[in-house]
Design a protein around this ligand. Structure first.
Ligand code: ACO
Length: 325
């Protein structure tokens, strides 16, 4: 039974931070940010709003959208790089907020590829008969791990959550093909140096701003374009689907130029590429499920459509999937 997305939900915190707002704080401009990244604004979680609150909001909407109740969910997987706490998992904090039963709940750490990693795990659980309905939620509060004095990173990211209920579909529906991978040799090109057990929090780690995103942007850019397009071509071939047959390309939304290059190399015109980066910034693991929810709400995504998604992120990790809703 192919694993199919049967419910979608998304959540963002209310406050919006525009590029114009950022112009007041750091040496940047709306024009630089828009032309280099495609971002116009992003949402930023206020104090008191946790990642698990966003998970809970998006998840409740996805469960309702699927026509289910919380007690029909068998597993919760939260994909995040910005958990509420190192332990327990954000999934554990979110579980009572959603009202789930005493089911297995856990986080996966695959950065921006997290949602597509979660989709593959959900498919395996459904295929093996271990679960019928798996809730996969990509959620991030990246604003809390940014150095707001570093203009090369702080303008890029935002906060939000997107959730999908995945359940058994009919023949020819759901997940048609999937690929995933990682190359940990490149981990230092994009990471948060302190806060784990290698460099626990200390006065020094705080003074040296090691609790924020450290990134070699141009290197990330090159790897992202190459890997997302290779993964897209590979998964299309595996599914036996031609680029012309893809109704909508919903890539991870890191940068408009990365998405254009990946779409171009995969042979998909931009009018079939769905973009949300302008309003959310890069929301890492949340970007694909948030985009799916918005695309459907805007009437761009209809039942039976063939969707291609591809992602690339810290690790480096990557994944791509062809699926029908
Ligand atoms: N405002 C104004 N100027 C800036 C800003 C800013 N916010 N940030 C950097 N600059 C300046 C730099 O200082 C540099 O100035 P200089 O030429 O005087 O030294 C100039 O702009 C060009 O800097 P570059 O880093 O070469 O700019 P580039 O065109 O590479 O764009 C960017 C930078 C947007 C970070 C790009 O490399 C990128 O998007 N990389 C991918 C990173 C990414 O998306 N990571 C997310 C996580 S992984 C993922 O999700 C795929």
């Amino acid at each position: 039974m192919p694993a199919k997305i049967i419910g979608l939900g998304r959540a963002v915190p209310d406050p919006v931070l525009t590029n114009r707002d950022l112009e007041q704080r750091i040496d940047t401009s709306d024009e630089w940010i828009r032309t280099r990244t495609g971002i116009s604004e992003r949402h930023v979680a206020p104090e008191g709003v946790d990642n698990s609150d966003l998970v809970a909001d998006a998840s409740r909407r996805a469960i309702e959208d699927a026509g289910l109740t919380a007690d029909q969910i068998d597993v919760l997987i939260v994909a995040t790089a910005t958990p509420d706490t190192v332990f327990p998992s954000t999934a554990c904090w979110a579980q009572p907020k959603i009202g789930l039963r005493e089911i297995p709940v856990f986080d996966i750490s695959a950065a921006c590829s997290g949602f597509l990693y979660g989709y593959a795990l959900a498919a395996s659980l459904i295929d093996s008969g271990r679960a019928r309905h798996v809730l996969v939620c990509g959620a991030e509060v990246l604003s809390r791990v940014l150095d707001w004095n570093d203009r090369s990173t702080c303008v890029l990211f935002g906060d939000g959550a997107g959730a999908a209920v995945i359940g058994p579909g009919a023949e020819g529906d759901g997940l048609l093909a999937h690929t995933w991978g990682a190359d940990g040799r490149l981990a230092e090109l994009l990471y948060q140096p302190a806060g784990g057990t290698r460099k626990p929090a200390s006065h020094e780690t705080v003074d040296e701003r090691l609790h924020s995103v450290h990134m070699q942007g141009n290197e990330v850019f090159k790897h992202a374009v190459r890997t997302m397009s290779q993964a897209s071509l590979s998964v299309l071939e595996q599914a036996g689907v031609r680029a012309e047959e893809v109704d909508l390309f919903i890539p991870h939304q890191a940068n408009i130029r990365i998405m254009k290059a990946a779409a171009d190399r995969a042979g998909i015109p931009m009018d079939r590429c769905y973009l949300v980066i302008q309003r959310y910034g890069n929301v890492s693991a949340a970007s694909i499920p948030m985009a799916l929810a918005d695309a459907r709400a805007e009437g761009r995504l209809e039942p039976g459509m063939t969707v291609l998604s591809a992602a690339f992120g810290a690790g480096f990790t990557w994944a791509a999937a062809v699926y029908r809703l």
